[in-house]
Each structure stands twice: as structure tokens, then as C-alpha cells.
Design a binder for this molecule. Structure first.
Ligand code: PBG
Length: 326
């Protein structure tokens, strides 16, 4: 027998062989593309810290949704940026809010795109916190009412999936009940279950103007040091009725994605967040990284860790690259 008997390089000899033994295949069908919608007219403002990503007024959305459709990306996650913010986050559940208006447009002109909506109050409160405040603390149970109202209003306007990202306790069960009581038992819930208190959300908060005016989100979002706790969050959300669970951010939490994938039977999503996107864009703009190769490697690693669904600002570019074949 020749030495060595096992030669790992045999199956790496040609592109065809490598393709045949590939363990993880990416497809645009697993992407969700985040879209920022705002009030006003004729608005398409690029977010300085997120090159290639803009805020759109509803009238400018068709252009962007057409790009989504043409890329073969099946779903968008809508984030609303309201004109007026107040202590009760009233635009979050107003039928005239940016997300509600975008949903109505989607149902009419882009019914084939899956409409997922972020459900949280932080973009809508004047203090930038994810719930109602009392003496500087976020009230949990009182906030649930407003979250459920927001989710219901999204469902009424045509959302296919609502995605609570607030990290209040009990919100999934509370929202599920509210949706069911109002005849929306077929609307799914994608729970931001293991959402960490992460510095990687910085560019998103620029985009949404949702940086808290004081303090931080560590009283409700998870400590980056914890992994077992993520399983508790995920299992609780499934018990309360989540159809899909999510880990967020993705890159620094691949171990958590893997752990969750091994522990549950529901689809697992991962959010490749704004800061992860901006780091790649900034380095690529300087010519320090090959953007296409790096993005593919990042998305592949998130899928390999166990994510069935990937939320990513790279979705449209990555879908185009996948069509061309690497
Ligand atoms: C809350 C929300 C945030 C993100 C998604 N939903 C911000 C936060 O928790 O502060 C972050 C997404 C990203 O960074 O890309 N509405």
C-alpha cells in the first residue's frame, strides 16, 4: 500500500470533485433582506455607515422590491423609522406607520415576496428604549401590550411573519395569543430568541436613530458571555409558540447557532447584523479584503454552523454571485 493510504487531497483535485463533496450549499432561497422604510416622499437616503443600504419612503420601495424579486431573494424584513417618536411608541402600532404602509404596498404589488416585520418599540420611543419606562427601568408586562398591538397591526396590514426583537419576557406567548384571538392563527412568529447585547448593532442604530438616550440594553438583551442561557431562551420561545428561532448577531455566535441547531427541531435563523456588514464593506473599500470571497465565506460559515435562514444586508449581492457560480 502506498504511503499515505488516506490522501485528503484526492477529492480536492478539481472544481467538479470539490463541488461534489461540498457539505454546505448556499442558496438565495434561504436569505432574508432587511429593508428600512420611512415616512415622507421620494426618499432614498444611503446610510453612511452601511454603504449600499438605504432608507426608503414607501413610494420609493417598488424599485428596491423589484431588485429583491430579480435577485431571487424570497423575503424582506421591514424596519420602520417614524417621523415622530414619543414615550408610548405610538407610531409602532399606527395604521399610518411606515411599516404598515409598506406592508399594504407589498400585498398589492409584490404579493410573492414574504413580508417579515421587526416588532420592537426602540425605533418609535423618544428615549430609544425597547419598552415603556418607569424611573429609568423598562417595564416588562406593560410593554407586552404595545408589542402585541404592534404585531397585530402588522398582521392586519398583511405581514406573513412577525419577528419580535425586543427581548421582553413572555412576549412570544403574548403575541401568539393576541394574533390567534384576532383570527391570525396562520401568521408565523420568527423569534429573535438569543439576541445578545452587542456592539455590532452600531450602524443599525445610526440607520434607525434608535440609540438609547441613556443606558444600554443589557437589562433585557443577553450577555455575550453566555451560551447555555441561549438554549433556555430558545426553548422558552418554542414553548410559547415561536415557529422559527433566531440567533443574533451571527459571526461572533457561531457556537450558539450550532448549539441551538442541535437542540431544536424548528428552523433556525441567524442575523448577520449591521456591524458585521459594515466591517466587510469598510475593509473592501480600502482594498484590504476581497469582498466577494469574504462574504461567501462568512455566509457559508453561518449556514455550516446550522442556520437554515440568514438575514443579511449582503443578500442581493450574494444572490447575484450565487447565480454566477463561484
Ligand atoms: C431592534 C433591532 C435592532 C436590530 C434589529 N432589531 C437593534 C437593537 O437591538 O439595538 C439590529 C440589527 C442590525 O444591527 O443589523 N428593533
Amino acid at each position: 500500500m502506498g504511503f499515505p493510504a488516506t490522501r485528503m487531497r484526492r477529492l480536492r483535485r478539481s472544481p467538479g470533485l470539490r463541488e461534489m463533496v461540498k457539505e454546505t450549499r448556499l442558496s438565495p432561497s434561504q436569505f432574508i433582506y432587511p429593508v428600512f422604510v420611512t415616512h415622507g416622499h421620494k426618499i432614498k437616503e444611503e446610510i453612511p455607515s452601511m454603504p449600499g443600504i438605504s432608507r426608503f419612503s414607501t413610494d420609493m420601495l417598488p424599485e428596491e422590491l423589484t431588485r429583491v424579486k430579480e435577485a431571487g431573494v424570497p423575503a424582506v424584513m421591514l424596519f420602520g423609522i417614524p417621523e415622530k417618536k414619543d414615550a408610548a411608541a405610538s407610531v409602532a402600532y399606527s395604521p399610518a406607520g411606515p411599516v404598515q404602509r409598506a406592508l399594504k404596498l407589498m400585498k398589492k404589488d409584490f404579493p410573492e415576496i414574504i413580508a417579515v416585520t421587526d416588532v420592537c418599540l426602540c425605533q418609535y420611543t423618544d428615549h430609544g428604549h425597547c419598552g415603556l419606562l418607569e424611573g429609568g427601568r423598562i417595564l416588562n408586562d406593560e410593554t407586552l401590550d404595545l408589542l402585541a398591538k404592534t404585531a397585530l397591526s402588522h398582521a392586519e396590514c398583511g405581514a406573513d411573519i412577525v419577528a419580535p426583537s425586543d427581548m421582553m419576557d413572555g412576549r412570544i406567548g403574548f403575541i401568539r395569543k393576541k394574533l390567534d384571538e384576532n383570527g391570525f392563527q396562520d401568521i408565523s412568529i420568527l423569534a429573535y430568541s438569543a439576541k445578545y447585547a452587542s456592539a455590532f448593532y452600531g450602524p443599525f442604530r445610526d440607520a434607525a436613530g434608535s440609540t438609547p438616550s441613556f443606558g444600554d440594553r443589557r437589562s433585557h438583551q443577553m450577555d455575550p458571555a453566555n451560551r447555555r442561557e441561549a438554549l433556555r431562551e430558545v426553548l422558552l420561545d418554542i414553548e410559547e409558540g415561536a415557529d422559527i428561532v433566531m440567533v443574533k448577531p451571527a459571526l461572533s455566535y457561531l457556537d450558539v447557532i450550532k448549539e441551538v441547531r442541535d437542540a431544536v427541531c424548528v428552523p433556525v435563523a441567524a442575523y448577520n447584523v449591521s456591524g458585521e456588514y459594515s466591517m466587510v464593506k469598510a475593509a473592501a473599500a480600502k482594498g484590504w479584503l476581497d469582498e466577494r470571497l469574504v462574504v461567501m465565506e462568512i455566509l457559508t460559515s453561518i449556514a455550516r454552523a446550522g442556520a437554515d435562514i440568514i438575514l443579511t444586508y449582503h443578500a442581493l449581492e450574494a444572490a447575484a454571485w450565487l447565480k454566477e457560480k463561484n
